[in-house]
Ligand binder design. Structure first.
Ligand SMILES: Cc1cc2nc3c(=O)[nH]c(=O)nc-3n(C[C@H](O)[C@H](O)[C@H](O)COP(=O)(O)OP(=O)(O)OC[C@H]3O[C@@H](n4cnc5c(N)ncnc54)[C@H](O)[C@@H]3O)c2cc1C
Length: 375
C-alpha cells in the first residue's frame, strides 16, 4: 500500500488528523504509536475487576465549542456528566475551585456572609479571580481571606503537583486555580460537559475506522525513521526528541498512578475526585464509577502522585511553562519551521503546551483546514 501520510502518535491530534486526511482527501495514512493502545492520554479500559478506568488520570470532556462538540458527536454518544471536586481543608471536605459555598463551609456564618458581600461587591457575582491576583487586593480582609485560600488550598497542592514554588510558575498555570465568586460548585462551567458513553477508546476506534487508515502499535517512530519515508508527516511526539535533544531536554512533570480495587463496597468516596492539598504525598483520589455511572459490585480508585519526569523511566505529562523553557522550546520550533512543508508538529508534546481535549480537537481540525487542505 502506498502511504501518503505518516502520523506519529495515536492521541486526539494524530487520530483526528488521520480521520480528516483519510475521509476528506481520500489519502492513505499510517499511524505509528509507541504504546500498545490508541487514545493517547485519554485512553480508558476495563480493569481486571470489570471497572472502566482512565489509565492516565481522569479525563472529563468539557467545551464551549459547538464545532468541537458536533465533530466528536459523529463518533460517540455521550453520557452527560458535570464534574464536582472536593478538597480536604482542615479535616473538612469543601468544593474546589474555592467558591462561596466553600467559604460558608469553613467559616462562621457572620464572617462568611460579610465576606460574600465584599467579594461580590469587589469582583462581581460569577467572576473567577486568580488567587495570585486576589492576594494583592487593597482591602485587608479580602487579602486575609485570599491568604488563607492561598496557603490551605493552593500552595500545598501546587507544590506537590509542580515541585516548585508557584511564584516560579508561569501565570498560565496559576490562573488555572481561581477563586470563584459564585455558588456554582461545578468544576467546569462549559456549555457542553460529558464523557463518551462507551468510553474514550471506543470513540477513538470510530474516529480511525476509515479503511484508508492503518495503525502500527508498539512502534516507536525512532526505530522506523531511517527505514521508512512518507511524502508528508504529522508528528505529535515530543519536539525535542525529534531533533535528538540538540538544544537540551524540555522539562516536564510526570505522574505516578496507583489503582486500588475495593470489592467490599460499591462506592469509596462521595464524589469522583477528592484533592488532598495538605495531607499525604499524593494530590488526588479519583473514583471512576462516579464519572462513568457504571453499575458494578466493587469499585476502583486511582491515587495520583506527581513526580519528576525522567526520560526513559516514566512519561512526560505536563510541560512546565516558564520563560527559560519557552526560550528552549522556541529553538526547537525554529528548527521545525525549516521543515514545515514536509512535517507538521502539532499536539501537546510537539508544541510543548498544555491543551485540554477540546482545544486539541479544535487545533487538529483547524490545522487540517489551514495547513493541509488549503495549502
Ligand atoms: C493527568 C491528565 C489529566 C487530564 N485531564 C483532562 C481533562 O479532564 N479534560 C481535558 O480536556 N483534558 C485533560 N487532559 C489533557 C489531554 O490528555 C490532552 O489534551 C490530550 O491527550 C492531548 O492529545 P495529543 O494527541 O496532543 O497528545 P497525547 O494524548 O499525549 O498523544 C500523543 C501520542 O504520541 C505517542 N508518541 C509519542 N512519541 C512517540 C514516538 N516517538 N513514536 C510513536 N508514538 C509516539 C504517545 O505515546 C501518545 O500516545 C489531561 C492530561 C493529563 C496528563
Amino acid at each position: 500500500m502506498k502511504i501518503d501520510w505518516l502520523i506519529v502518535g495515536a492521541g486526539f491530534t494524530g487520530c483526528i488528523l488521520a480521520e480528516q486526511i483519510a475521509s476528506r482527501l481520500d489519502q492513505n495514512v499510517l499511524i505509528v504509536e509507541k504504546r500498545d493502545h490508541i487514545g493517547g492520554n485519554a485512553y480508558d479500559c476495563y480493569d481486571e475487576n470489570g471497572v472502566l478506568a482512565h489509565q492516565y488520570g481522569p479525563h472529563l470532556f468539557h467545551t464551549n465549542s459547538k464545532k468541537v462538540w458536533d465533530y466528536l458527536s459523529t463518533f460517540t454518544e455521550w453520557l452527560f456528566y458535570q464534574h464536582h471536586v472536593l478538597a480536604v481543608i482542615d479535616g473538612k471536605k469543601v468544593p474546589v475551585p474555592f467558591n462561596l459555598n466553600s467559604l460558608h463551609m469553613l467559616f462562621p456564618i457572620g464572617y462568611a456572609n460579610k465576606m460574600e458581600m465584599k467579594l461580590i461587591d469587589r469582583y462581581g457575582l460569577g467572576k473567577k479571580v486568580p488567587i495570585l491576583e486576589m492576594i494583592e487586593d487593597s482591602d485587608e480582609e479580602i487579602q486575609q481571606l485570599a491568604d488563607f485560600v492561598y496557603k490551605k488550598v493552593f500552595l500545598g497542592y501546587t507544590l506537590k503537583q509542580w515541585g516548585i514554588d508557584p511564584k516560579n510558575l508561569d501565570s498560565s498555570v496559576t490562573a488555572r486555580v481561581p477563586i470563584h465568586i459564585s455558588r456554582d460548585d461545578r468544576y467546569f462551567q462549559d456549555k457542553y460537559q460529558a464523557v463518551p458513553k462507551s468510553g474514550y477508546t471506543a470513540m477513538f476506534k470510530n474516529i480511525i475506522k476509515n479503511p484508508n487508515i492503518k495503525i502500527l502499535l508498539k512502534t516507536d517512530y525512532k526505530e522506523l525513521k531511517d527505514r521508512f519515508s512518507a511524502a508528508k508527516m504529522v508528528y505529535t511526539g515530543p519536539i525535542d526528541e525529534f531533533f535528538d535533544y540538540k538544544y537540551g531536554e524540555l522539562p516536564y512533570r510526570s505522574l505516578n498512578f496507583k489503582s486500588i480495587h475495593h470489592s467490599n463496597t460499591d462506592y469509596y468516596q462521595e464524589t469522583s475526585q477528592i484533592n488532598y492539598p495538605n495531607d499525604y504525598d499524593f494530590t488526588r483520589i479519583t473514583e471512576y464509577k462516579h464519572i462513568t455511572q457504571q453499575k458494578t459490585a466493587g469499585t476502583t480508585i486511582m491515587v495520583e502522585e506527581a513526580c519528576p519526569y525522567l526520560r526513559g523511566m516514566n512519561d512526560p505529562y505536563y510541560p512546565i511553562p516558564n520563560k527559560e523553557h519557552t526560550e528552549l522550546y522556541r529553538k526547537y520550533h525554529a528548527e521545525a519551521d525549516k521543515i514545515k512543508n514536509r512535517v507538521l508538529f502539532i499536539g501537546r508534546l510537539a508544541e510543548y503546551r498544555y491543551y485540554n481535549m477540546d482545544q486539541v480537537v479544535a487545533r487538529a481540525l483547524q490545522t487540517f483546514e489551514r495547513q493541509i487542505i488549503n495549502k
